[in-house]
Structures are given as structure tokens and as C-alpha cells.
Ligand binder design. Sequence first.
Ligand code: MTE
Length: 320
Amino acid sequence: MLLKRTPSWHMKESLATDEHIYHNRRQFLKAAGLSGVGLMAASTGLSSLAEAAPITGFPAMRNQAYQLDRDITPEDEATTYTNFYEFGSNKNIWRKAQKLVTDPWMVTIDGLCQNPMELDAADLIKKTGPMEERLYRHRCVEAWAMAVPWTGVPLAKLVALADPKPEARYLVMETFLDPKVAPGQSQSWFPWPYVEALRLDEATHELAFLATGLYGKEMPKQNGAPIRLVVPWKYGFKSIKSITRFSFAAEAPLSFWQESNGNEYGFFANVNPEVPHRRWSQATERLLGTNERVPTQLYNGYGDLVAGLYQNDNPKELFF
Ligand code: MTE
């Protein structure tokens, strides 16, 4: 059963406050030996971490377990042809996304888990690292595809850190909300903030990846800095960018695209060449860089690893 989300967002202090004032306040707190995070943790009882700093450790060692059957997409293609509706609905928003401030970047982990916490993205990665690099295929529901080296950590490490309660069945993820920075979020016909979710067995699958970087460098803003999801066996819209919240829930939420257009976008969104989108075929895909068209693969070629997740599910629900 699907539940309608209640708006649960609270804006980051750094975004609600004038940036200049905010930075001065951080300096003051530092001098006093207190971080804003520490103060908040003291007052709320949430576990806390130290000062914000950028995520470091690039390039990370490549995990050779994940090999490609095609060339790596040229970097300038993967970083200038991007979907990030918060900054507009065309592919050419990479310049606009530079306005996003990604350090500090507070992340909330909450809901049905034993260890709720609020911490900076860099601290989260320190706790879930070491980072590694993986070559993955990526397939957008719009029938374009790329193959790129992501840096990051297995999402299962975050789940283990949070320690979900037995009744938790889903991991729900949310993108930042700040229409002053992201003009697309003023488009009231979209249900902001962007929300996505995985079932917990999907979230803890070895392929589910919390990405911090691309091409051996920190994540470009337009590709979802500082942390984003990568689930390569699903259509790209599941791979939510610039995540600020991870919540453990008993019920699946309505995702951003389900709520926008539930006739065309479902919860599972696993790639399948045999199941067309309501408006176009999914039989082939266009490779960014060469524009060559190649056959689409079931589960985007990761069927050997993931098909077992879905043995008890209704096939009619799995592929849109
Ligand atoms: N996440 C957010 N927050 N907003 C978005 O618009 N677009 C999705 C996904 N994650 C999107 C998002 C879609 S449709 C795709 S195909 C991928 O991001 C694109 O990732 P890329 O731009 O890094 O290739």
C-alpha cells in the first residue's frame, strides 16, 4: 500500500541564513569549541559528529568486480548532459547547478532505526568508507545510456550504521529543498522535494551505491553532489541526487515521479527491453558520446546479480 508523503522537510540552517552571517556564526562556534551540529545534537539527543569538511579521498581504488561491456562515456558528455529537474527540465542545466552549496552538507538519518543521527556528508562517508571506484552502466528511462566510473561506498554500509528496526521495510531518500538556489523547485506542479525509495533488500544489495564522485574526482554539482544514489539495474530516475535525508519506513512513500505521473512511473522501475514506456519503446538505448543505438538489457545487464530479489513479486509491477 502506498502512503502519501507529508512534507517533512526542514531547511538547512546554512541555506535559511544569509551565507555571510552563517559563516561568521560557524567561526564563533568553532572558537567556542562548539559546532552547530554538536549544539543541535546536545539539544536533541541525536548522535553528532565533528566539523564539516569536503569529502576527500579521490581518486579511490577501483573495485575490479564490476566490469563494463562498453567504452566509458567521455567525461564532458556525462557532466554536461544531465537530468536535475531542480535546476530546470532540459539537459543543459550544468551551469545553473553550480549555485548549489555542497559544503557543509547536513544529512539526516531517521525513522525506524536504532541510530538516528544528523551529520555532515563527509562524516557520513568517513563512517561508511573506505570509498572505492566502480564502473557501472546507467540507463535513463528516456532511452539514453552512459557508462561511468563512480566513486562512493556501498549503500548497505549506511543501512548498517543506522541499524533499522525490524518493522522497517523501505529506505526513503530526499533531495534538498531550496527554490532560491534551484529555480525548478518554484514549479508548483512538481511535488518537491524529490523523493525516492528502495525496499531494504534492494538498498542492501551489493550493487546499490552511495556515490560521492565521478571520473576519480568529487561529484560535479550537476551530477548530484555531494552524495547521490546509484542503482544501475533500475531506470536512472531512481538514482536520486544531492540527498539530505535517509528515513527508514514501514510503507513505501509515493516517489517524486509516481506523484507527478503515476501512470508512467512506478516504484520498482527495473530496466526491461520488453516493457515499453507508455509513450516509447525501451528496446534500444542511445549511448551518450557516440549516439550509437544498442539493445537494452534486462535489469540493464545486472540480472545475474539482482533477479533473485524479485522472485516473490508480481512481474507486472517490476518494470515501470
Ligand atoms: N535526482 C534529483 N534530485 N532530481 C532529478 O531531476 N533525475 C534523475 C536522477 N536523479 C533527478 C535525480 C534522472 S531522470 C536520471 S536519468 C539521473 O538522475 C541522471 O543522472 P546524471 O544526470 O548524473 O546522468
